[in-house]
Design a protein around this ligand. Structure first.
Ligand SMILES: O=C(O)C(=O)C[C@H](O)C(=O)CO
Ligand code: ZN
Length: 272
């Protein structure tokens, strides 16, 4: 498991491209037949990618660095499938997770197994209590239509796990999809000093990139992001992006509260 220590804004101001990428960009989560983990010390979240091989089951291992018998001994997770509909088995119970659907896996779970043709992204945070493992379809939850074509930010935001019917201790998670011809996500931008956030960009065309904006609103930096790469966004950082073509991303948050609207706005005219 890759380890990423937390960074303060004053450290980031002096970083060059390579160091910014090393600290905040997670480039290689998805490898055929493997599970890859990255541990961020921002709110102690784990990001993982699991790609089961055709005809084989892929078991979610427990990274040694957790010093736990099972990954879910002290944690919960949201798992979103960015591949074709596929099965996930949790403690002997099998769920079919649709493309862009979510499976919430609660604390106390002992085993999770993935099947092809899924391509699974997992976001996990510490959990204080057990909530039931629950399947959420891609069109369930709360759907928000945001932005305008005029400002190139027309997009559909699906809140799949957001302090609604499906309970979680910390994790809030969903999928945002840009309309064709729209490029900007989360502009006007915001921060939320009570929660960290991570983005996984996907459905990014091979020849396209997303320019992800990060940093304090008055001291922005950028990361050039390719398909299926993730960005760790500290609570003090804006997280916004512009693609060279439309794309989707999974946003996931953990921290002090589960109030989606608890944001500190960073108006466009205030950014530097
Ligand atoms: O398109 C958007 O806007 C988003 O997806 C915003 C994220 O959900 C977010 O930043 C929530 O805090
Ligand atoms: Zn946010």
């Amino acid at each position: 498991m890759e380890n990423r220590y937390a960074c303060a804004p004053e450290h980031v101001a002096g970083m060059r491209t390579a160091e910014l990428r090393e600290r905040f960009l997670v480039e290689n989560l998805f490898t055929d037949g493997e599970v890859n983990f990255t541990y961020s010390h921002h709110d102690r979240v784990i990001l993982a990618g699991a790609v089961p091989a055709e005809g084989a089951q892929l078991e979610l291992p427990t990274p040694e660095a957790l010093h736990a018998e099972h990954l879910f001994d002290n944690r919960e997770a949201g798992i979103i499938n960015i591949g074709a509909d596929a099965e996930v088995t949790v403690d002997g119970q099998t769920y079919t997770v649709a493309h862009k659907g979510l499976l919430y896996v609660g604390r106390g779970t002992r085993s999770v197994t993935f099947s092809a043709p899924g391509r699974f992204y997992l976001y996990s945070a510490p959990a204080h209590t057990e909530y039931p493992t629950t399947l959420v379809g891609p069109d369930e939850g709360n759907v928000l239509e945001l932005g305008e074509q005029e400002t190139s930010n027309k997009r559909t935001l699906r809140q799949l796990l957001f302090n609604g019917d499906v309970k979680s201790c910390q994790v809030m998670m969903g999928v945002t999809t840009l309309a064709p011809g729209s490029m900007w996500n989360t502009m006007p931008a915001h921060t939320h000093d009570r929660r960290m956030e991570a983005y996984l960009y996907f459905d990014v065309a091979d020849e396209a990139r997303v320019i992800h904006l990060m940093g304090e609103p008055s001291e922005t930096r950028h990361l050039v992001v390719a398909n299926e790469q993730a960005v760790i966004s500290p609570s003090w950082s804006v997280h916004s992006g512009v693609g060279t073509k439309a794309y989707s991303f999974i946003w996931a948050m953990a921290g002090e509260n589960q109030k989606f609207d608890d944001m500190d706005p960073a108006p466009v005219t205030s950014m530097e």
